[in-house]
Each structure stands twice: as structure tokens, then as C-alpha cells.
Design a protein around this ligand. Sequence first.
Ligand code: TXA
Ligand code: MG
Length: 345
Amino acid sequence: MITEYFKIGNNILQNQEYFRRAGEIIRSGGLVAFPTETVYGLGANALDSDAAKKIYEAKGRPSDNPLIIHIAKVEDADKYCYTNDLYHILAQKFMPGPLTVILPKRDCIPYTVTGGLDTVAVRLPADQNARALIEAAGVPIAAPSANRSGKPSPTTAKHVLEDMNGRIDMIIDGGESDIGLESTIVKPEDGYLNLLRPGGITLEMLEEISPVKIDKAITQKLNKNERPLAPGMKYRHYAPDTKVVLIDSDLNSFIKFITEQSKNRNIAVIVSNTDAEELKKTNAAVLTYGDDDATEAHNLFARLREVDERKCEIAYARLPEKSGIGLAVYNRIIKAAGYEVIKLS
Ligand code: TXA
Ligand code: MG
């Protein structure tokens, strides 16, 4: 299959033509990768079971890991699921934006999309190009992140091309994803919200409207007999091929450790810009990802992909702070590390 590649530019008429064509592909059962403010999505018609199946094939994704449906208006959720008061409060505060809500599904949503579950995940993206695509398609768009299963989510069209060229009908290039990590996922329960995946809508923001229970899988490795509430959280996600190890220590001990480790081995560090200065004096390849949690979120997945390009034996990073979007950075990086943390005293 030849993958068409469309770059959004300043020519409005030409952009409209791209979206018209992309909408047609979605309606006829094809796959289109598109930008969102979180990460790139791999879209198909959410009402078409066969189209959804193609997503799992293109990604190499286990069929029990459900997809998020993307809608163009808050009210559209009522067509595809049974909404409740908490949904409408969340929608008023945080939609459009990086928030996904789990609700009981209506019959029109096939079980292929929900991985066999009776609930469906709904999201209204803030990205203009994502919304233009949903509107052009005229149907809700089922879309997981547009990476091959097990790879970090794509935050540029180039990442999508690396993983999906020849496997999908079209890629729409809308530039770098703004946030860089996948949406926050919540499930409204009686009197509280279950937080299934942290993201751009932070725990602190959610707590302003409801009590929140944090799923254990966000910060800790589950035992064999435990299941996360979001099926996808059980897979070794977000991971580069290079082994990633997290270090729990102050900066001085980290520098000492890296100085030793880098003497005879080809290693990399993923660190903040401030930490980078001292580490550049060691033999390690230094990848910086920002100086505040939002910038770290924006750059993390691109750096994880770079680690593989550099063919290092191992990449070390320090544990991030867990406040604000930092909790999402913490969650993605600890999963990339397979929960391996070394504490230095
Ligand atoms: O920001 C995002 O959410 C991006 C963009 C493209 O919108 N999408 C994304 O999709 O991250 P994906 O498939 O990579 O992650 C969806 C997560 C998975 O962990 C999945 O298990 C969970 O949502 N999920 C989907 N439907 C669910 C449901 N009915 N109940 C519980 N978890 C669900
Ligand atoms: Mg994903």
C-alpha cells in the first residue's frame, strides 16, 4: 500500500481538499493518521467494525486493548454512549482538550472498538486539524496513538512515517504535537472519578471538581493477578528498544554514578537542561528534555526514540517530580523503564 502524505500549509483551499479526501478515506473504511494536541492518532470510522480491525493489524496491537473514539462536539457523546452529570461537568471545564472519559457504550459502537467491553472511551480533541478531519469524515473516529505497538507514541508526522509507512492510507502532517503525552483518562463512578491514565488535564485540576481515585497501575508495577482499569496500561508501552533505567538520587550521586558507568560502556542520559551541564563532562551521550514538567512532557517521546537511533546499551534518567503534568511524565518514563528504579544513597 502507498501511504499518501499531506502537509498542512497556509493554502486554506488546498487544506480543505486534503481534509475532504481524508474524510472520504475514513468513510470508506481506510486508515488516516492525524495530529492532535497530545500525540498523533491512527484513525478509522468508529462505527465500522472492519475498519477498526485494520487499526489493530497496522499497529500490531492486541485486540483486547480498546480504542478511543474522537468526536467533534461535546453533545455528540450522547449519540455513542450514555452520558452522566460528571461527564457534562468535565466537558464544560476541560473539553475540547486532552481528556478522555469512559462511559457505557450504545449499540452503534462495535465491540471491536471497545475490545469487548461495554464501555467506550470518548475524547474531543482541541487540535483544529483533528477536528477538521472528524467533521470532514462525518463519523466518530476511533484512534489509538499512531505508533507500532510497544513503541513510544508519535509526536511528529516523521515518527508516524517511521512506524506506519506502507501500512496505512494517509498521514496528515500538522507539525509537532503540543503536549506530547497522551490524554488523561478518567472513568466517572458514583461520587468520584477513577484516574486511569495521567495526562495534560492534571490530578490537581480534576480534584477541583470531584474526589479522584488513582489507579495503582499509574505509579506501581501490578502483581500477576492484578489488572489495570485501562487494559492498555498493562502492556510494556511507551518503550524504546534500548533498556531504560531510572535513578532515584540527588544530582551529585547521579553524576558520580554516570561518570563510573560511562567509562567503559556506551550509555545515554535523559536529563533536564540544568542537570546536563555537569553530565556533559562524562562520557555519556546527553539528551536533554527540558527544565519544567510541560517541556519534559513535550520532548520525552522524541528523546526515547532518539535513544534507539544512537544505539546505546542503556539510557539512564532521574525520577521526575509527580506534581502537575509531572505525574504523566513519571508514569510514561517508569513504564518505559519497565518499573526498574535504582536508588542511590
Ligand atoms: O491522547 C490520546 O488519548 C491519543 C490521541 C490519539 O487521542 N490516543 C491514545 O490512544 O493514546 P491509545 O489507544 O494509545 O490509548 C488508549 C488507552 C488504552 O490504555 C486503552 O486501554 C484505554 O485507553 N481505553 C480505551 N477504551 C477503554 C475503556 N472502555 N475502558 C478502559 N480503558 C479504555
Ligand atoms: Mg498508545
